[in-house]
Design a binder for this molecule. Structure first.
Ligand code: GLC
Length: 618
């Protein structure tokens, strides 16, 4: 079928809902007609190889839900200088078993006012030091040859103050001012400030910035140089959708929609997660299904647990294909610091009870800080106070509690609420940094064990595991950002250091921490992709092993029964349980009786039993 026909078919199937949503939000049929025309243009301009992938993926809509999926997020410059460099390093990424790469923001962004690339000055231009759009397309094609999917950010909540629209708005051009939120006096900004919480209370306080030159206030929820876009203006929505489709057409497989809960603002509200946000995300889903159905939407929703799931939409009217499992991530670290898995078990039970269509991206660390977004009402029932507990976690992970070996720094320590978040790499948080500093082999051994246990636990969860570049070799905190005047105020740079290729060489040198982590992860990854019980279609439950420090997880499909046991305490614990028959320890191949299993401090076990009638050998 020709693309023109395919487009019409896809459009017809979805037109009524899209029109209905658009008219509900904007009531502007001319702008809707323009949107449809542009969608057609982007569909026919889409390169034939990407169209082919669209077709294949439409036939196999579960293509991204398989147990071989493993992601890695990386900064292009830290990892390989530029886009061409990344292309040259694809073999390394393959050796990490990665088949999904998230390139951190790389579009044009002003130096020193970029928020790590999240202040975009031009949605259609690559930051010159990193390469060109052609390099990006070449990289996408090279990835596809190796069956690797490519992901990029779509920063839709705001633009840089250097974006063309912002420049024109600064010249008081009304058309462009109406694409942002401008006020000529402080009255409305003050009203917003009464209900809108702050994102960066220390590094960028307030939600508005006063522009001295023109005497206006502009809304800036993030940094003062990131101007919030006004999605009440249909021109903003249309133009941003064209940017989105342009980027999709560069061969992207996954588009991460950045800070999506913030995109709709309304006076008297918190300006987060409003109903109109869901209307917009649903429209984006429909638009991509019409123009580029091979592209997935990954929502960045770093919100309270109950606010996250609605971004999947419903099974009939889906919004995002995937979401970050942010609550589980924060709860995991809480479990390390408290040696108590009760909250984690509860959180996993919630995730496991969701429809299987909902796919989470699991991770231990990413480029951002860890905000302690936990289920405080439950913790309160167990006698833990929110403010006190957050302080405890921050003391623990900065290494200021007696039994803590973690190293890292606070982030946005709010002087008013005394609320702070935390930054550090996985390895440093697990104690690798302090053990190496003290040259203490025993501690190092223990830290590596914890690091591997946490990864094994992440690989056991439902969904797609995502590694943070450098974690595969246990890269430590990087304190050099303190000497960089553009970065020194933002402690997130502590875990955004350059990838250390010299250290990565040690991954083949027996006995080094790099080797233990790299090899340990590779073994887990191999098991994960060769056992269908890790597929997202398997049933997953927690398993009560009657010890508050040991988390038990059961995965099951027609072929196999898998049990993962994870000891979050730094000393031996016993998982009190009894399972009939013999299990295999998947890492050692030994056969084990699963009865009252002893697990050393911070260690884990992956056990499995093939089901009767399943021909596969144990
Ligand atoms: C997202 C990014 C974060 C950035 C923010 C503003 O939360 O992950 O790094 O600061 O959006 O764009």
């Amino acid at each position: 079928m020709k693309i023109e026909e395919t487009f019409q078919k896809r459009l017809q199937a979805r037109h009524d809902e899209l029109r209905w949503l658009y008219m509900e939000l904007y009531g502007n049929s001319d702008m809707f007609a323009e949107l449809c025309d542009q969608m057609y243009r982007f569909a026919v301009e889409r390169a034939p190889e990407f169209q082919k992938l669209d077709g294949q993926r439409e036939k196999d809509p579960k293509w991204f839900r398989k147990n071989d999926m493993l992601g890695m997020m990386l900064y292009i410059d830290n990892f390989a200088e530029n886009l061409q460099g990344v292309k040259k390093k694809l073999d390394y990424l393959e050796s990490c078993n990665v088949n999904y790469i998230h390139l951190m923001p790389f579009l044009e962004s002003p130096k020193g006012r970029s928020d790590g690339g999240y202040a975009v000055a031009d949605f259609r231009k690559v930051q010159p030091e990193l390469g060109t759009m052609d390099d990006l397309v070449e990289l996408a094609k090279a990835c596809h040859k190796k069956n690797i999917s490519l992901c990029m950010d779509f920063v839709m909540n705001h633009t840089s103050e250097d974006h063309e629209w912002a420049k024109r708005a600064k010249q008081k051009d009304g058309e462009y001012m109406s694409r942002y939120f401008f006020y000529d006096n402080p009255s409305i900004p003050q009203q917003f400030d009464q209900t809108v919480p702050q994102v960066f209370p220390t590094t960028a306080p307030g939600n508005f910035t006063y522009l001295n030159d023109i005497g206006y206030y502009v809304m800036t929820s993030f940094y003062p140089y990131q101007w919030d876009l006004n999605y009440q203006n249909p021109r903003v929505f249309n133009e941003m959708m064209y940017n989105f489709l342009f980027l999709a057409n560069q061969g992207m497989d996954i588009i991460r929609i950045d800070a999506v809960p913030y995109i709709w603002k309304q006076l008297g509200t918190q300006c987060r997660n409003l109903q109109q946000v869901h209307t917009i995300v649903r429209m984006m889903r429909i638009i991509s299904e019409i123009v580029c159905p091979g592209v997935l939407l990954l929502g960045e929703v770093v919100m309270a647990p109950e606010k996250v799931v609605p971004y999947f939409g419903t099974v009939e009217k889906p919004e995002c294909h995937m979401l970050y499992n942010v609550t589980t991530m924060a709860t995991t670290w809480h479990s390390v610091a408290t040696r108590d898995i009760r909250l984690l078990k509860k959180q996993m039970d919630i995730v496991n009870s969701l429809p299987k269509d909902y796919l989470f991206l699991n991770y231990l660390r990413c480029h951002d800080d860890i905000g302690w977004g936990l289920d405080y009402p439950t913790l309160q029932q167990w006698g833990m106070d929110e403010v006190e507990h957050k302080r405890y976690l921050n003391r623990y992970f900065t290494g200021n509690e007696e039994h803590s070996e973690s190293r890292g720094e606070l982030y946005n320590d709010d002087p008013v609420t005394r609320d702070a978040r935390f930054c550090g790499t996985t390895a440093s948080m697990c104690g690798v940094e302090s053990a190496l500093f003290e040259r203490n082999d025993e501690k190092l051994e223990h830290a590596v064990t914890l690091d591997l246990m946490l990864h094994a636990y992440m690989f056991t969860q439902s969904g797609i595991p995502m590694l943070y570049s450098g974690d595969e070799i246990g890269q430590l905190n990087d304190y050099t950002y303190k000497k960089d005047e553009d970065k020194c105020v933002d402690s997130r740079y502590i875990h955004r250091g350059k990838f250390q290729w010299d250290l990565s060489e040690k991954r083949t040198k027996k006995g080094t921490s790099q080797e233990r982590i790299f090899k340990g992860l590779a073994a887990l990854e191999k098991i994960r992709r060769t056992h269908s019980v890790f597929d997202s279609s398997a049933n997953v439950y927690t398993y009560d092993v009657k010890d508050n420090s040991v988390l038990g997880i059961l995965r099951e499909n027609e072929e196999e029964r898998f049990i993962g046991l994870f000891n979050f305490a730094d000393y031996d614990r016993t998982a009190w349980m009894e399972e009939p028959g013999e299990f295999t320890n998947l890492l050692t191949g030994e056969s084990v009786k699963v009865k009252d299993v002893l697990i050393p401090g911070h260690d884990f076990l992956w056990l499995s039993k093939q089901k009767k009638g399943n021909k596969k050998a144990q």
